[in-house]
Ligand binder design. Structure first.
Ligand code: NAI
Length: 729
C-alpha cells in the first residue's frame, strides 16, 4: 500500500497527497451549500491536522474549497443558542479550533490558502493560519471579519493574527472594528490577501511555486526576533497612535456602549503585549464573554444575519410568480427623491424617463446623478465608460409621451393626494398595459391613492428613504386591492436595484413613518416638560440613535409632524375615533407660529444655522421659553421613553395588521429609521428587555405612571407578558 492510500479524508475535508508530497485539503461540507465551522468541521480539522503532523516527507499543504465560496464563517446557529451556562463548552470549542489551526501553522512546512471565493470570519481565520493567501480573481468574492457587525469577535485567532500581521492600529481600524467585507483589490491593499491570479489553475500553480520556493515555512511571529509592525502596546509609536482607537470607537457609536468593539479592542491590545499562545487565550476569553453573556451579540446576530437572510430570500414574496425584471421606469417628479430613485434605477441597468413639470426641473434631477457619477469616477469606484452609460440611461423630460413603453412607474411628486391622482391619470394611458404602478408617498394611504388609477390591483407603495443611494431599505406597502402578482414584482424590483425590501399593509404613515414619529414626538414632549435640550440630545445618542432627536427633527422640518398630526386628527374625526393630542404638539406649534422656526431648511429650528446652512448651536430661546430649571429626569428614563415609544407603536402596527413579520419590523426599524443596531431591531428590543415581555410590560407601566398613558402597554403585549411568552412567536 502506498502512503497516499493511507490518507483519510473526513466528512467535511478531503485529503489528497500527491507524488511530490504536497497535500491538498479541500473544504467541502456535504450537508450545506457553504462551509461553516460547525461541530463536525471542528472534529475533522483536528483529525486532519493530526494526520498532517504524522505525514512523512511532507512537502507542503494547499487549503482550498470545493464550494463556490471558500468558507462562510462560524456556525451562527450554534453560537446564538449559547448562554451563561455554556461558558466552558464555548471556551473549549474555541480552544480546540485554535489548537488545530496552530498545529497547521507550526508544521514547519509551507501551508498556502487558495481562496477560490469569499472568505469571511472563520473562513478568513483559517486562511490567516496559513503562510500565504492566494486568491482567484472573482468579482463576487469578499474578504474580512464581519463578526463585529453581529456583535461578536473573530474567535478563531483572527484578532491575534491580524494584529501580528498588520500592527495593532491597522488591524483594528482597517479590519476588525468596522468588519468591512472587502473586495479583492481592497483586501490586497490592506494585506489580508497576498496575491491574486486570473483563475483557479493559475492560483494553484502559484501556490505550488510558493511551496517549492519555501521548503521551510513559518509565521513571522514564530521567527526569533519578530516584532509587531508599528510596535506593541508599550512601544512609543503605538502610544502616539493609540488615542485614535477609542476616539474612532466613540465616533462610530456616539456614546452608546457596544460590547463587541470594546472586547475586540481589549483582545487586540492586551494580546499584543504577551506571547502568541497567551494572546490566543485572551482572545478566547473575550470571545466567550460575547457569545455567552452579551445580549447585543444575540440581538445583532438575529437581526443582521437571520432576519436579513429571511428577507433577502424573499420570505414575504407570494409563491407562483416568475422572477420579474423592470426594463424601463417612469420616475414622476425629479425632486430630491425622484432624482435619487432615477440614479439608483439607472445604476442597476434600468432605462429611466425622468419626468417633471419642466425640462429644466427634470434636467436638474438628472444632474444629481451626474454629480454622483463624477464623484465615483474621481474615487476610482466606477469607470468613465460605465458612469457615462449610467447617465445615458436617464432621459429628462416634461412630456408624458416619452413614458411610452415603461413597464414600471415610480411617482415622487409633492405629497398631495390630488396631485398624485392627477399625474397617475395622465401617466397610466401612456405606459405599458401591465406596468407596475408605484408611489413613493411617505404617509398617504395607498388604497386612497389607488382610487386614481384604472388598475388598483397593480398599484403599490414603494417607500424609499433619503438619500436614496445610501439608504438600504424600501418599504413596500400593499394597498387594499394590490394583487399578489404586483407584490411579487415589487419585491423583485427592490432586489433588482440592490435594496432590502420589507412588506407592510396599508395605514396612514405605514410602519416606518409612523414609528419614527413617536420617537421624535417623545423627544419634543420632554422638551415640553422643561427638560434641558442638551440632555435630550445626549439621551438620544446614549440610546444609540444615529442622529440626536432635535437635530433630526430640524432636518425633517417641524412643519411635517404638524401636518401629519393634522391629517391624523382629520382622519380620526372622519372615522369617529377619539384623537389624543400628543404633548409634543404645543412646543411644535409655538416653534412654528410664535418663533417662526421651521427647521434646518428655513435656517432656524431647535438649532441656529449659518448662512451656508451649517448647524452652529442650539437656539438659546429654548432655554428662555421652554426649559424649566427644576425639571430633571433620569437619563435612563429619557433613553427608554424614546425606545419604548417606538416599540409600543410597533406593537400597535402588528395589532392592526400593518406589520406582518417580526423580521420586517426589526430590519425596517434599523435600516429605515435608525432604531439602534445594538437592539437587533424593535421587536428584538422587546423580547430581549430584561425579564422579557414581562419585564418590558412592567417598565411600560412605570413609564405610564410617570409620563403619560401613551406608555400603557397594548392588550396583545400585556397578554404575552402575562403568559410569559416572547412577543415574537
Ligand atoms: P420635492 O419637492 O423635492 O420634489 C417633488 C418634485 O415633483 C418637484 O421637482 C416638482 O417639480 C415635481 N412635480 C410636481 N408636480 C409634478 C407633476 N405634475 N409632474 C411631474 N413632476 C411634478 O419632494 P421630495 O422630497 O422628492 O418628495 C417627493 C415624494 O416622496 C413625496 O410624496 C414625499 O412624501 C415622498 N418622500 C419623501 C422623502 C423625503 O425624505 N423627502 C422620503 C420618502 C418619501
Amino acid at each position: 500500500m502506498t502512503r497516499e492510500d493511507n490518507a483519510v479524508s473526513t466528512d467535511t475535508i478531503t485529503y489528497d497527497r500527491d507524488a511530490d508530497g504536497v497535500v491538498t485539503l479541500t473544504l467541502d461540507d456535504p450537508t450545506q451549500p457553504v462551509n461553516t465551522m460547525r461541530a463536525q468541521f471542528v472534529d475533522d480539522l483536528e483529525s486532519i491536522v493530526t494526520q498532517l503532523r504524522g505525514e512523512e516527507d511532507l512537502t507542503g499543504v494547499l487549503v482550498t474549497s470545493a464550494k463556490s465560496t471558500f468558507f462562510a464563517g462560524g456556525d451562527l446557529r450554534e453560537l446564538i443558542q449559547a448562554g451563561p451556562d455554556d461558558v466552558e463548552a464555548v471556551a473549549a470549542n474555541s480552544a480546540r479550533i485554535k489548537d488545530a489551526l496552530r498545529g497547521l501553522e507550526t508544521l514547519g512546512k509551507p501551508v498556502v490558502a487558495v481562496l477560490n471565493g469569499t472568505a469571511l470570519g472563520g473562513g478568513l481565520e483559517i486562511a490567516l493560519a496559513c503562510h500565504r493567501r492566494i486568491a482567484v480573481e472573482n468579482p463576487k468574492a469578499v474578504f474580512g471579519t464581519p463578526e463585529v457587525t453581529l456583535g461578536l469577535l473573530p474567535g478563531a485567532g483572527g484578532v491575534v493574527r491580524t494584529v501580528r500581521m498588520l500592527g495593532i492600529v491597522p488591524a483594528l481600524l482597517g479590519v476588525l472594528l468596522q468588519g468591512q467585507q472587502m473586495k479583492l483589490a481592497k483586501a490586497l491593499e490592506v494585506g489580508i490577501v497576498d496575491e491574486a491570479h486570473g483563475d483557479l489553475d493559475a492560483a494553484m500553480a502559484a501556490a505550488r511555486a510558493f511551496i517549492a520556493d519555501n521548503p521551510e515555512s513559518h509565521q513571522p511571529w514564530d521567527v526569533k526576533g519578530y516584532k509587531i509592525p508599528g510596535g506593541g502596546p508599550s512601544h512609543p509609536a503605538f502610544a502616539a497612535n493609540s488615542p485614535a482607537i477609542p476616539a474612532n470607537l466613540k465616533k462610530q457609536s456616539k456614546g452608546a456602549h457596544y460590547d463587541a468593539p470594546h472586547h475586540i479592542m481589549c483582545a487586540a491590545v492586551e494580546g499584543a503585549g504577551v506571547p502568541v499562545d497567551r494572546a490566543f487565550e485572551i482572545e478566547t476569553r473575550y470571545f466567550v464573554d460575547l457569545v455567552c453573556n452579551s445580549p447585543q451579540a444575540k440581538n445583532m446576530t438575529q437581526a443582521f444575519f437571520f432576519d436579513l437572510q429571511a428577507i433577502n430570500k424573499g420570505e414575504s414574496r407570494p409563491d407562483g410568480y416568475d422572477t420579474w425584471q423592470a426594463t424601463k421606469v417612469a420616475v414622476l417628479g425629479a425632486g430630491m427623491m425622484g432624482a435619487g430613485i432615477a440614479y439608483q434605477c439607472a445604476k442597476s441597468g434600468i432605462e429611466v424617463v425622468l419626468k417633471d413639470i419642466s425640462v429644466e426641473n427634470a434636467q436638474r434631477g438628472k444632474s444629481y446623478s451626474e454629480k454622483l457619477v463624477a464623484k465615483g469616477i474621481e474615487r476610482g469606484k466606477v469607470t468613465e465608460e460605465k458612469g457615462q452609460a449610467l447617465l445615458d440611461r436617464i432621459t429628462p423630460t416634461a412630456s408624458y409621451d416619452d413614458l411610452a413603453g415603461c413597464d414600471l412607474v415610480i411617482e415622487a411628486v409633492f405629497e398631495s393626494t390630488e396631485l398624485k391622482h392627477q399625474v397617475f391619470g395622465d401617466t397610466e394611458p401612456v405606459v405599458a398595459d401591465d406596468a407596475l404602478l408605484g408611489s413613493n408617498t411617505s404617509t398617504l394611504p395607498i388604497t386612497e391613492l389607488a382610487k386614481g388609477v384604472e388598475r388598483p390591483e397593480d398599484f403599490i407603495g414603494l417607500h424609499f428613504f433619503s438619500p436614496v443611494d445610501k439608504m438600504p431599505l424600501v418599504e413596500i406597502i400593499r394597498g387594499g386591492q394590490t394583487s399578489d402578482a404586483a407584490l411579487a414584482k415589487a419585491i423583485d424590483l427592490v432586489q433588482q436595484i440592490k435594496k432590502t425590501p420589507i412588506v407592510v399593509n396599508d395605514s396612514r404613515g405605514f410602519f416606518t413613518s409612523r414609528v419614527i414619529g413617536t420617537f421624535l414626538n417623545e423627544a419634543v414632549a420632554m422638551l415640553a416638560e422643561g427638560v434641558h435640550p442638551v440632555s435630550i440630545e445626549r439621551a438620544g445618542e446614549k440610546a444609540g440613535y444615529p442622529a440626536a432627536p432635535l437635530q433630526l427633527m430640524d432636518e425633517l422640518t417641524l412643519t411635517l409632524p404638524r401636518k401629519i398630526a393634522a391629517e391624523f386628527e382629520a382622519a380620526a374625526e372622519r372615522d369617529g375615533i377619539p384623537f389624543e393630542r400628543h404633548p409634543a404638539q404645543d412646543v411644535l406649534d409655538r416653534m412654528v407660529e410664535e418663533f417662526e422656526r421651521e427647521g434646518k431648511s428655513a435656517g432656524a429650528g431647535f438649532y441656529d444655522y449659518d448662512e451656508a446652512g451649517k448647524r452652529t448651536k442650539l437656539w438659546p430661546g429654548l432655554l428662555e421659553h421652554v426649559r424649566r430649571e427644576e425639571v430633571t429626569i433620569p437619563q435612563e428614563d429619557m433613553v427608554e421613553r424614546m425606545l419604548f415609544a417606538e416599540a409600543l407603536e410597533t406593537v400597535k402596527c402588528f395589532d392592526e395588521g400593518v406589520l406582518i413579520t417580526p423580521q420586517d419590523a426589526n430590519i425596517g426599524s434599523i435600516f429605515g429609521i435608525g432604531f439602534p443596531a445594538w437592539t437587533g431591531g424593535v421587536v428584538q428590543y422587546i423580547d430581549q428587555y430584561e425579564g422579557g415581555t414581562t419585564g418590558f410590560v412592567a417598565r411600560c407601566k412605570e413609564l405610564a405612571d410617570r409620563y403619560g398613558d401613551r406608555f400603557v402597554p397594548p392588550a396583545s403585549l400585556a397578554a404575552k407578558a402575562e403568559a410569559g411568552e416572547p412577543f415574537r412567536s
